[in-house]
Design a protein around this ligand. Sequence first.
Ligand code: ZN
Length: 193
Amino acid sequence: MKQVTLQNLKDMAKKSYYDLWGAAKSLNRDVKIYLHWTAGRYDQLFSDYHILITGNGSVYVSTDNLNELKKATYMRNTGSIAIALCCGYDAENESHLGNYPPTQIQLVAMAQVICVLADALDLTIDLNRVMTHAEAAKNKDGLATHDDYGPYSGDPDTRWDLWVVKEGEAPWSGGDYLRGAANWWRGQRLLRG
Ligand SMILES: [Zn+2]
């Protein structure tokens, strides 16, 4: 694991631009950014994701190659980048996020990372290109990539990463919150001078 700056990430994304787009287009998709939580503690890093954000907002990468195939988002990993917040340990449901809920500084960092990657990769920041794992599990982008294993699916392996980002908020609000915050940073021309 290596700690990186937003500028480092932007450079990495530019370096992987054609590899990521080639992989995504081989499946007739645009490049996707998936947003996860690790279901671990604030300082636990896992190599299942390209990019990790710890509880204090520090950003790490598990690879030098953002096109490396990870096993983060079932049936959706080709041509995608997985970002994870290090949090969510013992989270039970949208009303009980446990002792390691996303921190405010983590959420800001994730929004900035999304913005910088989307800029480097020419991506619109919308539901079709930037999804929480909860939304991806539910095929919210309309791609029937796999059976529904999202919230309410009853799947024993249900994934609901970032369904909400704060305890007690409305179901499905997490993705909109993060995309909205990322688009706000885009409006600030983050790293674009
Ligand atoms: Zn996940």
